[in-house]
Design a protein around this ligand. Structure first.
Ligand code: NAD
Length: 381
């Protein structure tokens, strides 16, 4: 078999680093295009030590047509991970999010359609669970329903659970499958929806295999500890390590589907594999909801329970209440089965999380920015 050449955009990032390792192990030739966004990488402009010299590194921006197109030359497969990733931040930096996430994807498609030298024969794009906004719920009277983003006034009253959009009564959260309504509640989610639609539509039109992977909350070793806009695990683990107070928003019962990075890599590899020749989209998660309070307790205990945990009732506009993945489709189509339980994965992450002392300060600064933009509310203020 000819060695396949893969371009991983955003390959210096969290998921990209784990994916690049696995691609190398499986005999692929890997090139990374990454601009080393300071918000993610701090001052570092190098790949993980074990990848240096094994992966071709191109430092550059996916908004730069010449640089991106040059990196795409002579590649067989592109895995497009480069993106701005902060849900809250996207709400007050819409132009940057639109330009990087949507604009970058447009440049990828421009290369594939307009460059006669393109050898790209497959595209894989990182989508997100955020395209679902609030996921699927069940109302006793109205069956499956998709609540809209929660309003500021109801959140101020401490009414955190989404209501049936038809009758306004209580409804219960369900696993979100791929046929669930797409209705993002952040600009980030909108950019992910559009990225996914762009790649899949071009895949269909060109007869080229293309996959969009709707990752849930990915965690694991190597996750950026510098980025105050993403990764509650990274933020809380820094606070817990230093015994600082942990402010749990809402009532702590909001939940997420935390999926270990090696499981995400496995799902992605199954799309990269030569046997995958379709145009399709999949949920990638653990399939299990974990509340933010459970997660906080797990982290705090790991570091000796030094932090006071305050369930504050604070909230951020655009945050969803619950979402967890229905994995029926990816199990059936790709034979994917998550291998990591949260209790095990979180320990691996916490063992590795040794740096990032600055985060609690930059996290507070990020909340200040959201407050200024009218997107963060402190309870009782
Ligand atoms: N981590 C998660 O929980 C999660 C969940 C859903 C979807 N995703 C998606 O998966 C992908 C990878 O996420 P991650 O967690 O590895 O994030 P990450 O921030 O660790 O990695 C993203 C990488 O992209 C690079 N990048 C950002 N803007 C760029 C630009 N303009 N040009 C070139 N490179 C740029 C960054 O420097 C970084 O190395 C993203 O598309 C993200 O939206 C992640």
């Amino acid at each position: 078999m000819n060695v396949k050449r893969v371009l991983v955009t955003g390959g210096a990032g969290f998921i990209g680093t784990h994916l690049s390792r696995r691609l190398l192990r499986e005999g692929y030739q890997v090139t990374v295009l990454d601009n080393f966004l300071p918000q993610v990488h701090g001052d570092c402009r190098e790949l993980a030590v074990d990848l240096r010299g094994k992966v071709e590194l191109r430092i550059g921006d996916v908004r730069d047509k010449a640089v991106f197109h040059e990196a795409l030359l002579d590649k067989d497969i592109v895995v497009h991970l480069a993106a701005e990733t902060g849900t809250g931040q996207s709400m007050y930096e819409p132009v940057r999010y639109e330009q990087v996430n949507i604009g970058g994807t447009a440049l990828l498609l421009d290369f594939i359609t307009n460059n006669p030298k393109s050898a790209i024969s497959k595209m894989v794009v990182a989508s997100s669970r955020s395209i679902y906004g609030e996921g699927k719920y069940r109302c006793d009277a109205h069956g499956d329903v998709y609540p809209d983003a929660r309003g500021v006034e109801e959140l101020k009253r401490g009414e955190f659970e989404p209501k049936c959009p038809v009758c306004g009564s209580a409804c219960s959260v369900m696993a979100t499958d791929e046929t669930s309504a797409i209705h993002p509640s952040s600009l980030y989610g909108i950019t992910k929806q559009v990225q996914e639609q762009m790649v899949l539509m071009y895949g269909q039109s060109l007869g080229m295999p293309a996959y969009a992977l709707r990752y849930q909350n990915v965690y694991g070793p190597g996750q950026s500890l510098n980025n105050p806009y993403t990764g509650i695990l990274a933020i809380f683990s820094n606070l817990a390590r230093h015994g600082k107070k942990i402010n749990v928003f809402e009532d702590g019962l909001e939940s997420r589907d935390f999926v270990y990075v090696e499981d995400v890599v496995e799902a992605t590899m199954r799309c990269i594999a030569p046997s995958s020749q379709g145009v399709d989209f999949f949920n990638v998660g653990s399939g299990v909801p974990t509340s933010v309070l459970e997660l906080t307790q797990e982290i705090n205990e790991f570091f000796g329970g030094k932090s006071a945990v305050e369930i504050s009732g604070d909230f951020r506009v655009g945050d969803i209440r619950h979402n967890f993945a229905d994995l029926t489709k990816i199990r059936r189509e790709l034979g994917f089965e998550p291998q990591w339980r949260f209790a095990d994965g979180v320990k691996e992450f916490l063992k590795s999380a040794t740096s990032g002392n600055e985060i609690s300060q930059s996290y507070t600064a990020s909340l200040d920015e959201m407050k200024k933009a009218g997107l963060y509310f402190e309870s009782g203020k």
